[in-house]
Design a protein around this ligand. Structure first.
Ligand code: NAG
Ligand code: NAG
Ligand code: NAG
Ligand code: NAG
Ligand code: NAG
Length: 411
């Protein structure tokens, strides 16, 4: 910090003699919004259930400090995600624009999986290698600092990013925009450093680009395989994307959900409680809604669903769909309803996941362990496509609001 003192002094002097007010930092209410595109990989057999379950397992292992210390995933098969949400992020000068997966469940930002990382004059090497293992893949790279631009040319100087030289499981995308809690960056550098790596959100806030330390996500439900239908907003909420008020819930203190954007929630099917209040996470990197095995069995029992080996999902008949009850997610005393149409996979995309056109597949799946595990549900984008979500670092809370698609019959 010391070397910057003369510059700061000069700036203060310049300000004090200036007749017209200078804008040093951006307006404190500036919002930075990025378009989000949904991609369903129609060329590969999308094993979305396996990919989601592998992710759940990895999230639990990682929170316990196992499984990501620079090891490549040797024994675990890597599942391509099949469904991803990506945003365009420009890095360097002249900039290269990369399609990065928006991930609230991890916090390192990196590029170079598809499009190779293009070094420019703004790219500065650090002394570290970076390595992260995800449920659906892993990467290793050179940790650099660089100029990162989001939205309308709003730039973050000196953002620490990974320039991947190896990655597995990220076909069709270039890397990850990690917007999870900063603590998840701990232990990702080699040689290891004791401090965390400030995330994109952290730097936008500390560099004065945004006025609030939070990020909001809007996913509009879609039945197209490849469409720009969402928005990621840094620094606040976009009131044109939700209706009514935003209700907040404090972050959970239950581990391992507490390592992520973790909350407490109960779930009812119709009037029957299938999951008593317990801890889990909200995650943009998960496609489905995963719930504890005992809760899922109760749901299957209540709906009459049967498992489908082609997709890995459960399916119901037209008659069972006609009788399907709403699911209610009770979060901090507020009930968030998933109407029957919100519980099924978009039928227009059945073939994209290896299913048959006239089948009705459910978007709920088994997390792979009974409730009481410390991470008993994942509200993935099947939930987030129905509710606007706010990830508020400063307030240690997560918010949800209705959208015009909360009860829409889009599937
Ligand atoms: C640049 O970022 C790195 C890592 O986040 C940090 O250690 C360093 O102090 C920053 N340098 C400047 C000049 O802001
Ligand atoms: C789709 O996934 C397959 C592997 O499952 C991969 O080879 C292919 O490159 C992917 N295509 C796109 C456009 O992501
Ligand atoms: C989806 O969009 C990406 C980026 O625009 C493009 O590269 C890809 O070919 C598209 N895939 C399909 C199946 O249309
Ligand atoms: C959300 O919409 C439901 C109806 O679908 C309504 O009952 C509820 O009050 C709304 N919540 C808010 C916070 O606006
Ligand atoms: C399945 O449903 C029946 C009633 O339809 C109920 O009696 C039984 O306890 C349920 N089993 C489980 C495992 O939820």
């Amino acid at each position: 910090m010391a070397p910057s003192f003369p510059i700061l002094l000069t700036l203060l002097l310049a300000l004090s003699v200036s007749a017209t007010p200078l804008t040093v930092a951006r307006d404190a209410h500036t919002l930075v919004s990025l378009p989000i595109a949904k991609r369903v990989n129609v060329t590969g057999v999308a094993q979305i259930v396996k990919a989601d379950q592998a992710r759940a397992k990895q999230l639990k292992a990682r929170a316990l400090g196992q499984g990501h210390q620079g090891k490549r995933a040797g024994s675990e098969p890597v599942e391509n995600q099949g469904v991803t949400y990506v945003a365009p992020v420009a890095i360097g000068s002249p900039a290269t624009t990369y399609s990065l997966i928006i991930d609230t469940g991890s916090s390192n930002t990196w590029a170079g999986a598809g499009t190779a990382y293009a070094r420019t004059s703004t790219t500065k090497d650090t002394l570290n290698i970076v390595s992260v293992t995800y449920g659906s893949g892993n990467f290793e790279g050179q940790e650099v600092t660089d100029l990162v631009s989001l939205g309308d040319g709003l730039t973050i100087e000196n953002q620490s990013v990974g320039a991947a030289f190896y990655s597995e499981g990220f076909s069709g995308v270039d890397g990850i925009l990690g917007i999870g809690p900063v603590d998840l960056t701990e232990g990702t550098l080699i040689p290891s450093v004791t401090s965390t790596i400030p995330t994109v959100t952290d730097n936008l806030f500390t560099q004065g680009v945004i006025g609030a330390h939070e990020v909001s996500v809007y996913f509009q439900p879609t039945n197209q395989a490849n469409v720009t239908n969402g928005e990621l907003t840094f620094g606040g909420t976009d009131s044109s994307k939700y209706v009514g008020e935003i209700n907040y819930t404090p972050l959970t203190t239950t581990s391992s959900a507490s390592n992520y954007w973790g909350i407490n929630q109960a779930i009812s099917y119709g009037s029957t409680t299938i999951l008593s209040e317990t801890a889990g996470i909200v995650d943009t990197g998960t496609t489905l809604v995963l719930i504890a095995t005992d809760a899922f069995n109760a749901y299957v029992n209540a709906t009459g669903a049967t498992s489908d080996s082609a997709t890995g999902l459960y399916k119901i008949t037209a008659a069972q769909y006609a009788n399907l009850q709403s699911l209610y997610f009770i979060i901090n005393g507020v009930s968030y309803e998933l109407v029957p149409n919100a519980q099924i996979w978009p039928r227009a995309l059945n073939s994209a996941i290896g299913g048959t056109a006239d089948s009705i597949y459910l978007i709920l799946s088994d997390i792979g362990s009974n409730s009481g595990s410390g991470l008993d549900f994942i509200n993935g984008f099947a939930f987030l496509e129905r509710y606007y979500s706010v990830f508020d670092t400063a307030g240690s809370r997560v918010g949800f609001a209705n959208t015009s698609y909360t009860t829409a019959e889009t599937n």
